[in-house]
Design a protein around this ligand. Structure first.
Ligand code: CAA
Length: 384
């Protein structure tokens, strides 16, 4: 067993770090306040090859491993989690699923521009449409329907909480064909956003990751070509679960970045701020907080890297990704709250960044499977 990163992994980590400092840090507070989608940053990420990091080069990707992806996600999330969630959804939930389960035609037509993050010089990203108004954790209860009409399908229904909902060009949509078949009656379809019958709802006004683009999407008699179904008939729910297992590694890495970003700011601040005649870092009350933050973050990092390593080695990573996600997201919530505490009153105002990180951390315990869902997956896995 060894813990060293390769030359290439270190290079990716450095590139992501530099990108976060040079491209994401300027304006991050304003984008959060105005709920502004970071389009300029995503286009630059696309130029770096970070929107299709793990996709084979023959489909326009960067051909990197999942460990590199985790390193990049951590670095970018230290500064701007609204940028990194967009990156995570495109990489893990959209590109990975298409590369693994899509047909050659689907890969040529959709995966290649999605992995490049651009088509004809314009932003070209994807979204994953599983959640519904009444189907969040209970994802098998899909109310969106797909009707087989011979050469095409007709989709009707509403999807909720869709990251990249307005900025995406391509949606991966899960829909129920036959309720009596339960999860085996679900299919996943590639749907172009500009298809007639699609309406994008207003942007959600969120607690955190406010720059990211979260919307409801309504489908009314939307015609989808037969060729746009992913995999065999009835494969849609398995597709969603398999894809989410990888997605959870991305969100775990995002939570890791939010935690380590807040921790680094807390360390820096505690070495500058004086109270009772010395830097607050010299007080045991603060030192113990920093020690616990560092220890929990390191444990979270090892869980994330372990899950990524298993995915790269083609070992079943369902358990490790859920463990990484639940532990890292809970660490992020705890660490960011403590980072605000270390900053005192300054932590409660925007210019010190940690209050945003505390707000951003919360969603990592909710999306791509709540902490409760991760515990279901872990519990079932260890007891089977
Ligand atoms: N891999 C392959 N197949 C799987 C699987 C996996 N990891 N997990 C479940 N399945 C299969 C099961 O084997 C079963 O198949 P059979 O009927 O053939 O045996 C079928 O799927 C149904 O599984 P369950 O009976 O276990 O289903 P359940 O109703 O008990 O629910 C659950 C399981 C784990 C709770 C699941 O519903 C779940 O993960 N829910 C959370 C959904 C989620 O993560 N949503 C996030 C939305 S996306 C998002 O947030 C993106 C964004 O924009 C940021």
């Amino acid at each position: 067993m060894h813990f060293e990163l390769s030359e290439e992994q270190l290079m990716i980590q450095k590139a992501a770090h530099d990108f976060a400092i040079n491209e994401c840090l300027p304006g991050v507070i304003e984008r959060d306040e105005k709920q502004q989608f970071p389009k300029e940053q995503i286009l630059k990420l696309a130029d770096l090859g970070f929107m299709g990091m793990m996709v084979d080069e023959k489909y326009g990707g960067a051909g990197l491993d999942t460990v590199s992806y985790v390193l990049a996600m951590e670095e970018i999330s230290k500064t701007d989690a609204s940028v990194s969630v967009c990156m995570s959804v495109n990489n893990s939930l959209v590109c990975w699923g298409l590369e693994k389960y899509g047909s050659e035609e689907q890969k040529q037509q959709y995966l290649t521009p999605l992995a490049q993050g651009k088509k004809d010089g314009e932003l070209y990203i994807g979204a994953f449409l599983l959640s519904e108004p009444e189907a969040g954790s209970d994802a098998t209860s899909q109310h969106t329907t797909a009707e087989d009409k011979g050469d095409y399908y007709i989709l009707n229904g509403t999807k909720n909480w869709i990251t990249n909902g307005n900025s995406a060009s391509v949606y991966l949509v899960m829909a129920q064909m036959d309720v009596s078949k339960g999860s085996r009656g679900i299919n996943t379809f590639i749907v172009e956003k500009n298809t007639p019958g699609i309406t994008v709802g207003a942007k959600e006004n969120k607690l955190g990751i406010r720059g990211s683009d979260t919307h409801s999407i309504m489908f009314q008699d939307v015609k989808v070509p037969k060729a746009n179904r992913i995999g065999e008939d009835g494969f849609g729910f398995t597709f969603a679960m398999k894809t989410l297992a990888g997605g959870r590694i991305g969100i775990a890495a995002q939570a890791l970045g939010i935690a380590s970003g807040a921790y680094e700011r807390a360390v820096e601040y505690s070495k500058q701020r004086k109270a009772f005649g010395k830097e607050i870092a010299q007080h045991q009350a603060i030192q113990f907080k920093l020690a616990d933050m560092a220890t929990r973050i390191e444990a979270a990092r090892l869980l994330c890297l372990r899950a990524a390593w298993e995915k790269d080695k083609d070992i079943d990573y369902t358990l490790s990704s859920s463990m990484a996600k639940v532990y890292t997201s809970e660490t992020a919530m705890w660490v960011t709250t403590e980072a605000v505490q270390v900053h005192g009153g300054y932590g409660y105002v925007k210019e010190y960044h940690v209050e945003r990180m505390m707000r951003d951390a919360k969603i990592t315990q909710i999306y791509e499977g709540t902490s409760e869902v991760q515990r279901i997956v872990i519990g079932r896995s260890i007891l089977k």
